[in-house]
Design a protein around this ligand. Structure first.
Ligand code: SDX
Length: 392
């Protein structure tokens, strides 16, 4: 029992690790970061506040937030030689392939923050990763569209700076739209951390071997890319666009229920949530707000809403407790902001870097921590003797 929470013995014996960062109740659809409900954080705080909260355990005071934000801001530039990495990729390289490569390469440039046994270096590495992900992500987008890289503008907020690096061009003045900055910051908050999901577990497992933090985050990015995980936001919008009009929804619902068809409703279902993903609720409302405030009407949003309504009344989805997850509506907003679907998972990785870094720090600073070593149930043949090839 820790305060308000009690765990059944069965849970503690199956838990893969202990953590103070994020609590999820899948049956109730509850998500707390250091005790604060995700909907309150999404509606009232900023991504920099949530980053500070996850890293330090408490919401920052005004001075603490200013100091933290200034520290992150001072790390936003990328070593100039790293820009040559981008030019080694084909123009049509998926931005996630570029992000995997560039983040993994950071350990070749920032040697003064790879010693995991030095608490100061761990802090510097954490700040560098959080600060540089927007720059790396924006450069991946710029490279894919053949536009020049735009350097960070440290007079702007974290999220406004990212939007300027992504969408501005040297030839024109760019003033980030406050509606878009607010929507982007909210999306970053909703993707910041989510307990021991596949990519976070990957980061922890890599970190438990003593690998440097840049390599661990690159491992997390690779895992997040999968369509069953972070890649689902890109797949969900592609699916909604393929469905096109609501009259075609029953065909896709039928496919999703057919065990012989590998098709799954992207953005639906979850390993833990057997109720609404609370992030999906916030994103569902934000999708309407953002499109209204931008004066955009996207028929995909109508299709998404209709699909949700039909699925939630379908016995298959009711029996299997399948609800929209964080990836179901996020793509509608990201598309309205102007991102291509290939950037959706990059944005997920940008935001989740805060959670990965916080989880990595929590693990690395635990003196009891040992190298991860999942065991298996062996189902292969019992011992037998070798037979030379002449006798086979
Ligand atoms: C994320 O872990 C995290 O926290 C992840 C994440 C985070 O923030 O880090 O929340 C982010 O990854 C969200 C999930 C994004 N993925 C998708 O939207 C892809 C579509 N969803 C499915 O692939 C699926 O729901 C999973 C992979 C997410 C979960 O798969 P499971 O573990 O099989 O889910 P389950 O055990 O609840 O499934 C119960 C049944 C199964 O059928 P049976 O074996 O009982 O016959 O429901 C079926 C599943 O096959 N099912 C679906 C379905 N999801 C599950 N059937 C149709 N459409 C779906 N989307």
């Amino acid at each position: 029992t820790t305060g308000a929470f009690t765990y059944d013995p069965g849970f503690t014996s199956t838990a893969s690790c202990w953590s103070k960062l994020t609590y999820i109740d899948g049956d109730q659809g509850i998500l707390l970061h250091r005790g604060y409900p995700i909907d309150q954080l999404a509606e009232q705080s900023s991504f920099m506040e949530v980053a500070y909260l996850l890293l330090n355990g408490e919401l920052p005071g005004k001075a603490e937030l200013e100091t933290f934000t200034n520290t992150i801001t001072r790390h936003t530039m990328l070593h100039e030689q790293l820009s040559t990495f981008y030019r080694g990729f084909r123009r049509d390289a998926h931005p996630m392939a570029i992000m995997c490569g560039v983040v993994g390469a950071l350990s070749a440039f920032y040697h003064d923050s790879t010693d995991i046994n030095d608490p100061q270096q761990r802090v510097i590495a954490s700040h560098r990763l959080i600060a540089k992900m927007p720059t790396i992500a924006a450069m991946a987008y710029k490279y894919s569209v053949g536009q020049p890289f735009v350097y960070p503008d440290n007079t702007l907020s974290y999220t406004a700076n990212f939007l300027k690096m992504t969408f501005s061009v040297p030839a024109e003045e760019y003033v980030p739209d406050p509606v878009i900055v607010d929507a982007m910051d909210k999306i970053f908050i909703l993707h910041a951390d989510h307990e021991q999901n596949a990519s976070t577990s990957t980061v922890r497992l890599a970190g438990s071997s003593g690998a440097n933090p840049f390599a661990c985050i690159a491992a997390g990015i690779a895992c997040l890319w999968g369509p069953a995980h972070g890649g689902a936001n890109e797949a969900a919008l592609n699916m909604l666009r393929e469905i096109g009009t609501p009259d075609r929804i029953p065909e896709y619902i039928a496919r999703a229920k057919n065990k012989d068809d590998p098709f799954r409703l992207m953005g639906f279902g979850h390993r833990v949530y057997k109720n609404f993903d609370p992030r999906a609720k916030v994103l569902s409302k934000a999708a309407s707000d953002v499109l209204d405030r931008l004066g955009i009407s996207d028929p995909v949003l109508d299709t998404a809403r209709e699909l949700e309504q039909i699925a939630l009344k379908d016995q298959y989805f009711i029996d299997k407790k399948l609800y929209p997850n964080v990836d179901f509506y996020s793509g509608v907003i990201l598309s309205a902001i102007g991102f291509p679907t290939t950037m959706f998972t990059v944005l997920f990785a940008l935001a989740r870097t805060v959670g990965w870094v916080a989880q990595w720090n929590e693990m690395i600073s635990d003196p009891e921590q040992k190298i991860g070593r999942p065991r298996q149930l062996y189902t292969g043949p019992t011992q037998r003797d070798y037979v030379p090839v002449a006798q086979r």
